[in-house]
Design a protein around this ligand. Structure first.
Ligand SMILES: Nc1ncnc2c1ncn2[C@@H]1O[C@H](COP(=O)(O)OP(=O)(O)OP(=O)(O)O)[C@@H](O)[C@H]1O
Ligand SMILES: [Mg+2]
Length: 368
């Protein structure tokens, strides 16, 4: 029998735009074999959103949602397997990030749900989950975890690289060409989350395709300045954030004393995303000549990409597509790789990124 060399990655990010699932192999070269996006039923999406904010009867709601997500992740994996005719024997493991419902590194906890017992049971495949909490136990932020994957896949000895993932939140990884320098990685702040929240309230659309609605408005610089005054933007890394900080309630409070049209607010939120990213790069990335490779759904927002390029005139800006890792599949690929790292007994965190006191093997294993 040939070796089981495929790993499935399941990623459900903060945007709640769907569950990304892929099958990939990493040797001899990285290759995505199959991919699938599983929609999240609206009721479940509402339950998850409720859990991201404090509320009543949270434990029952969390229990139910944990189970529902366990079933949905299993369904996503099984659909991928069936539709691509993958043979189970070829699949070594599933790496499932889970759905973050709270990320509170300042209280030493982060919580991802979607019961991996159910995934192992319903797929018959060994499943690795709960990747973040070991890093927190070792004194880290538990995030971001993708930098080690970026380093393994995209480090170049000839040019400094910055990988930028624009999901719900935005996080970056600095990969210096000189391997003896530390890699860096942290969350810069909001990615798409505020833009998505604003357009869904005002236009009943999940996101602003290509940033066209934002482009129809004008950035309000007074509001922008106020938003940028938030402490998080000025903290030094290691740092990570989530919906606890960047959500519609926070935005509503911020805009209270302003009288600005809805499209001007959208334009201001797009500029906030671009500028907070550019400021982080200028403040914390030691390289001046680097390649900026963008992934995540925000890389498909032409207006946002245009603003980021404008604000970083010295950088070469592109998506990760031409590197062999499709920008839409980077995060799911990272969790497939982290499962592989776990089963091989290899570490998955980077201390210069999360602030943990040591590198650790990440994840809990649920045997097939
Ligand atoms: N064509 C597009 N134009 C504008 N925005 C887009 C487009 N396509 C995707 N997006 C944005 O990307 C978001 C989804 O991005 P992605 O799936 O990377 O985020 P995520 O699920 O939060 O992941 P993670 O938290 O792992 O980074 C959508 O909610 C939307 O805001
Ligand atoms: Mg997503």
């Amino acid at each position: 029998m040939s070796e089981a060399d495929l790993y499935i990655g399941i990623m459900s990010g903060t945007s709640l735009d769907g569950i990304d699932v892929l099958a990939a192999r990493f040797t001899p070269n990285f290759e995505i074999i199959a991919s699938h996006s599983e929609p999240i039923p609206p009721k479940l999406k509402q339950q998850i959103l409720r859990l991201t904010q404090p509320g009543n009867n949270e434990i029952d709601l969390m229990g139910e949602t944990d189970v529902a997500l366990g079933h949905l992740f299993s369904q996503a994996a099984n659909t991928l397997i069936r539709s691509s005719n993958l043979s189970i024997e070829k699949i070594r493991a599933i790496g499932c990030h889970g759905q973050t419902i709270r990320h509170r590194p300042e209280l030493n906890f982060t919580l991802q749900i979607g019961d991996a017992n159910i995934i192992a049971e319903q797929t018959g495949i060994t499943t690795v989950a709960d990747f973040r909490r070991r890093d927190i136990a070792a004194g880290g932020q538990g995030a971001p975890l993708v930098p080690a994957f970026h380093q393994a896949m995209l480090h170049s000895t000839s040019i400094d690289r910055v990988l930028l993932n624009i999901g719900g939140m935005a996080n970056l990884t600095y990969l210096p060409a000189n391997s003896s320098s530390d890699i860096l990685g942290f969350d810069t702040g909001p990615g798409n989350v505020l833009m998505d929240a604003w357009i869904s309230t005002h236009q009943q659309r999940p996101y602003d395709t290509n940033g066209l609605w934002a482009a129809s408005g004008n950035c309000n610089h007074k509001l922008l300045e106020q938003l940028l005054a938030l402490h998080y933007f000025h903290e030094a890394p290691p740092k990570s954030t989530g919906r606890e900080q960047f959500n519609l309630n926070w935005l509503q409070e911020q805009i209270q004393q302003f009288s600005i049209s809805a499209q001007d607010i959208q334009a201001t939120l797009l500029e906030l995303t671009a500028l907070s990213i550019a400021n982080c790069i200028n403040d914390h990335i030691p390289s001046k000549n680097f390649e900026l490779l963008v992934c995540g759904g925000g890389s498909r927002n032409g207006k946002l990409m245009e603003r980021i390029s404008y604000l970083l005139p010295k950088a070469t800006v592109d998506t990760t597509d031409h590197t062999g890792i499709d920008a839409d599949w980077m995060e799911a690929a990272a969790f497939a790789w982290l499962a592989k790292q776990c089963l091989a007994g290899n570490t998955g965190n980077r201390t210069s990124v999360t602030g943990a006191k040591g590198e650790r093997i990440l994840g809990a294993i649920y045997q097939a």
